[in-house]
Design a protein around this ligand. Sequence first.
Ligand code: HEM
Length: 242
Amino acid sequence: MATTHNVQRVEAEHTSFGRTTVYEGELLRHSAYTRVVHWLVALTFLLALLSGFALFSPWLYAWIAPIFGSGARARLLHPWFGIAFAIAVLFQVRGWAYQMRWQPKDREWVKHAKDYATKTDEPEPEYVGKFNGGQKIWFWVMAWSAVIFLVTGVFLWFPEILSRTAMWICYFFHDLMGLIMLGGFFIHLYEGTSGIPGTLRGMLHGTVTRAWAWTHHPAWYREVTGRDPIRDREQDGGQLSR
Ligand code: HEM
């Protein structure tokens, strides 16, 4: 989003899902459609997570069940939130699967993930494209989590069709996935907000600054602008987006 309206507007994307205005010094990061789908994934995930944790332990039940009215209502709604999450993920996978395909450079990124976490490696290596290796891992974990939640969840919804052992296997994988996704969600929340300032605006308003792009996704910067990220950064006084 442009923070001031006296900045020159350079591009506007209009779709039935909404509008994205790109101002001078910005790049289009996520279309309105991508943003709507992402926030639907986030909303359905949080509803499924909360209602699921209400059923997970008596301590959490006392805290969370009242949000849904009662424990019985949380139990009733949880599978439907799960199905809504899986459908939203399906749309997200359709939109992002191609850009998220795993490449050798992503393995390289994973080897340096510690530098990324401690921010000793800024700007990001020149080969980092629209999404880095960590983002791709999060994407695929989320996609497979939807499959695992759905398959095990449908069986747990109708437990009479399962043997006792099969039911415990379903419980184990359903709950394990819930805990993995909870951990992943906190990391994602941090990286998407205060961890890397300037990232959230891409998902709220669709645009990022050029400095953000040449700092965190240099190969993507080169791809969308046709310009050299290092030279442009140097010409701008070596400015990094922090
Ligand atoms: C509710 C808090 C959330 C916030 C603030 C948030 C923020 C963001 C932001 C800013 C991006 C764009 C990153 C970029 O352009 O480089 C993003 C991407 C993404 N989000 Fe979220 N998100 C949230 C919840 C979720 C949830 C619950 C899921 C899935 C269960 C999810 C899945 C993804 C995926 C797969 C991507 C693409 C890969 C990545 O950038 O990590 N997000 N999110």
